[in-house]
Design a protein around this ligand. Structure first.
Ligand SMILES: [Zn+2]
Length: 363
């Protein structure tokens, strides 16, 4: 399931591709035919995310810029949902979606691979469009497409969502009222980011439920999934099985602040990276075990390692991409040595989802 940073990126993509344009909306699969008919031909005036919820606002057929949305399309991808974008290759459109054709969703750890454009994607015409000579023809829907949004230069197809419905502004507000603070929203979804931090800490401390379980509760904090849950607790040195009410408010405040940094970085780059540079590269040649004879510096990291740590750089000197196998401290690293203390990373199932943590660093 995509975590919140992906849904925020989706909102930005919709804004860049479609905002200000009247869109065709159909349900090739048929299951959303009534909802699509309500919004067909209307102008997209807003695209927002709150946690894992995506809201696309529509303001009528001739809505000028700045119009308030009259109706919203609410989408939650859930475990199996995905958006697939395709475009005519316009430079600005490719910039928005990163590729002429791209699929977002379904997989949690890494972006799904781009679909290969076997055959001629332009060759099959959408059933709802009859473009003239020289105009772009959207590729035919693939699979059971619940809803298709079609603009002049791009198309977005939704498959397999957990939720897809048309809601009023009041119904949207009711959905949001049930959600916890969102670290990626500028104000966290509250009066201010400080208020959001306070609300998060109070909410966790109200319950004896394990803090690791509460972080996955969208009513406690919105947008956190299994990766951010595991990683932020490691970075804070907090045992995920500790009762929420036993975690100090100051620690929860620090966890919130860390989520703000990590998740906004994920929303900006599209990749989740939680390891600090000094904790990567340990497995590279030249970075062997601790050097005998050098004292432990008391940092809890053990004795210094042999050699100088190398930082990956691009040829222009900017930091290089962090490879996926060095991006996390504990997520999906069960049985591997902890990057900080060397103890094997632990895993167990908690409320139906795999939890990962270091029993030493998070004692
Ligand atoms: Zn450790």
């Amino acid at each position: 399931m995509p975590e919140g940073h992906t849904v925020h990126r989706l909102a930005r993509t919709f804004d860049q591709l479609f905002a200000g344009h009247a869109l065709r909306m159909i349900s090739p699969q048929g299951r959303f035919a009534d909802g699509a008919a309500l919004l067909d031909g209307q102008v997209l005036v807003a695209a927002e995310a709150w946690g894992k919820q995506l809201f696309l606002g529509f303001g009528g057929a001739l809505a000028p810029t700045g119009t308030t949305a009259e109706r919203w399309l609410r989408v939650h991808l859930g475990l199996y949902g995905a958006w697939t974008f395709a475009s005519d290759g316009s430079a600005d459109v490719v910039h928005a979606i990163g590729a002429p054709r791209k699929r977002v969703g379904e997989r949690e750890t890494v972006p799904a691979p781009e679909l290969s454009d076997a055959g001629d994607p332009q060759g099959s015409r959408a059933s709802d469009s009859s473009p003239g000579v020289g105009e772009w023809a959207a590729p035919a829907p693939r699979g059971a497409v619940r809803v298709r949004l079609l603009g002049a230069h791009a198309v977005a197809d939704l498959t397999g969502p957990a939720a897809c419905e048309v809601v009023t502004p009041e119904e949207k507000a009711a959905v949001e009222a049930r959600l916890g603070a969102d670290p990626i929203r500028p104000d966290g979804g509250h009066a201010s980011l400080d208020a959001a931090r306070e609300a998060f800490a109070c909410r966790v401390r109200r319950s004896r439920v394990a803090v690791g379980q509460q972080l996955m509760d969208q009513a406690v904090v919105a947008g956190v999934g299994n990766i951010y849950r595991a990683e932020v607790l490691f970075r804070a040195g907090v045992d995920p099985l500790r009762a929420g009410r036993d975690v100090p408010a100051s620690t929860l405040g620090a966890i919130w602040d860390d989520l703000v940094v990590l998740m906004r970085d994920g929303a900006a780059t599209g990749a989740i990276v939680t390891t600090r540079p000094e904790d990567r590269d340990a497995a590279l040649p030249g970075f062997g075990p601790p050097v005998a004879g050098l004292p432990d510096d008391g940092s809890g990291r053990g004795a210094p390692r042999a050699g100088r740590r190398r930082t990956r750089q691009n040829t222009d000197g900017t930091p290089g991409a962090v490879p996926p196998d060095e991006a996390f401290y504990v997520y999906h690293r069960d049985g591997l040595p902890c990057r900080v203390c060397g103890a094997p990373v632990l895993t167990k199932e908690l409320a139906g989802r795999a939890l990962y943590w270091c029993g030493t660093c998070q004692a």
